[in-house]
Design a protein around this ligand. Structure first.
Ligand code: PLP
Length: 401
């Protein structure tokens, strides 16, 4: 059956639909199962139908779904307290998506400079290859022409520089610069782990020049890398951070976290969201933290990632004409491909395994954080067979120069 013509065709959808999910597996209506190493693009960190999340959602659904932020929402206060206790932050604002979290972060940074007597410092340095979302300011921060084309003038105030180029960052900083925004691990841009020395240099630069350092951990945050937040690996703390995706485990939740200083301009009436932080969303996000934010769970993610990465490295050794590089942090992993990444995505789908592609010709491996040995073995065997087929399909022709 073709896709309904009434659905706006903004996605190049694969002709595949699922009826239910359980753990790392998705099931079609016919009962065919697929190993889900896309996780709704880094959302289903606890897999599908995790009993703790299902219980939290259904219990809350029987009590209260939504009230306005005109009133106190105890679940939001609890979640804010917990996120702040577990991070650099003093305050949190809840919204519904990653792009909204980025919008909130941008507004917080601009307001900080304005209330600090420097309203001219509204510009933000961002990085080529980054992805920050689809609303207009987030797109302008992303700076990708492909996504901006035809949507009128981008939001003013973003200066893209080459990733990893400290001199370019220094050059881009002018009297109107107020902040630097970066993903500690660039997800959509091809799973590029930003060198810790670069993050440290950005922190130093921000401190010297009175700028705010903002991390986009929409994809890397909430356990994905084996730490609650990816910045922990570097020891560099931001002033503002955007979260979403795994925070709700599949329920739409986003958050902007900030230090008290960075958030000092965000007083009553300066920002808001009808749905942000509602009781249903907060019940689920608190349940997500109950499971993920424990030493044992995060240690398990690290161990799983290590075992998986070792096996992927062996595959790369055996199939170096197909896999150019294995990279990533924790279970935010990427295979940089020799043939087109899309070919690997398609081959793996024929193996009943789902993965998303990313920039820089990378196939992302974003399994639920709860995977065990059986799922790793299934994935490794599927990738192995796909590599064999791809090496045959893309082998240099005999006699070719
Ligand atoms: N920031 C990063 C790093 C992302 O990976 C994404 C989405 O992929 C976003 C922001 C935007 O999030 P959302 O799609 O929830 O708006």
């Amino acid at each position: 059956m073709p896709v309904s013509p009434h659905l706006l065709p903004t996605y190049a959808r694969v002709d595949l639909a699922f009826e239910r999910g359980e753990g790392a597996w998705l099931y079609t209506a016919k009962g065919e199962r697929y190993l889900d190493f896309a996780s709704g693009v880094a959302v289903n960190a606890l897999g599908h139908a995790h009993p703790v999340l299902t219980k939290a959602l259904t219990e809350q659904a029987h009590k209260l779904w939504h009230v306005s932020n005109l009133y106190r929402i105890p679940g939001a206060e609890t979640l804010a307290d917990r996120l702040c206790a577990a991070s650099f932050a003093d305050v949190a604002f809840f919204c519904n998506s990653g792009t909204e979290a980025i919008e909130g972060a941008i507004k917080m940074a601009r307001k900080y400079q304005a209330v600090s007597g420097k309203p001219e410092r509204y510009r933000i340095v961002t990085f080529e290859g980054a992805f920050h979302g689809r609303t207009l300011a987030a797109l302008s921060a992303t700076g990708n022409k492909k996504y901006l084309d035809g949507f009128g003038p981008p939001v003013e105030g973003f200066d893209q520089v080459a990733y990893g180029d400290l001199e370019a960052v220094k050059k881009a900083i002018g009297p109107e610069t107020g902040a630097i925004l970066i993903e500690p691990v660039m997800g959509e841009g091809g799973v590029r782990v930003v060198p810790h020395a670069f993050l440290r240099a950005l922190r130093k630069l921000c401190d010297e020049r009175g700028l705010l350092l903002m991390f986009d951990e929409v994809q890397s945050g909430v356990g994905r890398t084996g730490a609650l937040f990816a910045y922990e690996h570097s020891g560099v703390t931001p002033d503002i951070m955007a979260l979403a995706k795994a925070l709700g485990g599949g329920f739409p939740v986003g958050a902007v976290l900030g230090t008290a200083e960075a958030a000092k301009g965000m007083t009553a009436g300066t920002h808001g969201s009808t749905f942000g932080g509602n009781p249903l969303a907060m019940a689920v996000a608190n349940a997500v933290l109950d499971v993920i934010n424990t030493k044992d769970f995060l240690a398990q993610v690290k161990q799983t990632a290590l075992r998986f990465k070792q096996k992927l490295a062996e595959l790369q050794d055996r199939h170096s004409s197909v896999i150019a590089e294995v990279r990533g942090e924790g279970l935010l992993m990427g295979l940089r491909m020799v043939p087109p990444a899309s070919a690997m995505v398609d081959e793996l789908r024929t193996e009943n395994m789902l993965v998303p592609a990313a920039g820089d010709n990378v196939v992302r491996l974003l399994p639920p954080l709860i995977i065990g040995e059986a799922e790793i073995d299934y994935a490794v065997n599927a990738i192995d067979r796909a590599c064999v087929r791809l090496s045959q399909m893309h082998a240099p022709k005999k006699g070719a120069a």
